[in-house]
Design a protein around this ligand. Structure first.
Ligand code: ADP
Length: 297
């Protein structure tokens, strides 16, 4: 690195080992997106899309302009939860998201496919590119909070999202049946490699509350989530029960009518947005970091 390095690699001709390759993508010129929150999980079916939807609904109820970018291209379930049947049509300016009944802006591959049941049989790079285009080519307008429903795991697409989008923080969703410790370890390490703060852990399907006696039943045994969270220096920010009326609301496309307070703690954390930056664990910054090609540096 030259002594008078300005860190502006884009405009510098020097070939040095410290050159930073920037894979970040600019959103559409008509999009102004303030905060991007990724919702991740280790595997499918644990309720990641459910948490994404409920977070968007909660922030909308607080009066924020809210959007959902459905990056779960092979398992898109967001439009169904919001009962969206229209298709997004490209225009000369770009692609407009579809507004839900309460005004949450949504883009998902299912809004572009002719039939909801058409499978997306694409290879990883094509899927990753589609997610990137949801960021660059969609006219999101003014958004205070965008929630990104990430594909499960730590593969190609999550890596692309982390590299291309300015993700401000992630929420990790687990369920008690999972190998929680390993899943959390992988998600936390990936986030730290990309220098993205972990807002916290949500344990979904944590318990079942008996409608007759209000007693909580831990169907999958006593949860170890607190222990695991402590091990990685993160917080358990919500525990959600198995709730048949929640599943029903989702199936009927009425998630926006569902009342709950399970995610209030995260809503408050996001509202004090400086908190998200504080969640950077300094000991991990610059340590075990990935460069923008996904290589360890
Ligand atoms: P993922 O995005 O992790 O694949 P989903 O959010 O699509 O998972 O949830 C999988 C299924 O489980 C959906 O049918 C959803 O309605 C249901 N579900 C998720 N969380 C709950 C819950 N807390 N109570 C009842 N059903 C739930």
């Amino acid at each position: 690195m030259s002594e008078d390095c300005s860190q502006s690699c884009g405009s510098c001709g020097e070939e040095c080992g410290d050159r930073k390759v920037d894979f970040s993508e600019q959103p559409h010129e008509l999009s102004r997106i303030k905060k991007v929150i990724g919702v991740v999980s280790g595997k499918g079916g644990v309720g990641k899309s459910m948490v994404t939807s409920l977070m968007a609904v909660s922030m909308k109820r607080q009066g924020y302009n809210t959007a959902i970018l459905d990056a779960d291209i092979t398992g898109p379930s967001i439009p169904k939860a919001f009962g969206i049947k229209e298709k997004a049509m490209p225009t000369e300016l770009g692609l407009f998201p579809i507004s839900s009944k309460t005004g949450i802006e949504i883009m998902s591959i299912n809004l572009l496919l002719e039939h909801d049941t058409d499978p997306v049989v694409w290879r990883g790079p094509v899927i990753a590119n589609t997610v990137k285009q949801f960021w660059t080519d969609v006219i999101w307008g003014d958004v205070d909070y965008m929630f990104v429903d990430m594909p499960p795991g730590t593969g190609d697409v999550p890596l692309t999202v982390f590299q291309s989008l300015p993700v401000d923080g992630i929420i990790i969703v687990t369920s008690p049946q999972e190998l929680v410790s390993m899943i959390v370890a992988k998600a936390v390490k990936m986030a730290r490699m990309m220098n993205i703060p972990v807002i916290g852990l949500v344990e979904n399907m944590s318990y079942f509350e008996c409608p007759d006696c209000d007693k909580k039943h831990y169907l999958f045994g006593e949860s170890r989530i607190e222990e695991v969270a402590k091990q990685y220096g993160i917080d358990v920010v919500a525990k959600m029960p198995i709730d048949s009326s929640l599943a029903g609301a989702c199936d009927k496309g009425l998630i926006e009518l569902f009342e709950n307070n399970w995610l209030d703690h995260i809503v408050q954390t996001l509202e004090k947005s400086e908190k998200v930056d504080e969640l950077f664990s300094p000991e991990f910054v610059g340590h075990d970091t990935l460069n923008h090609q996904g290589n360890r540096v």
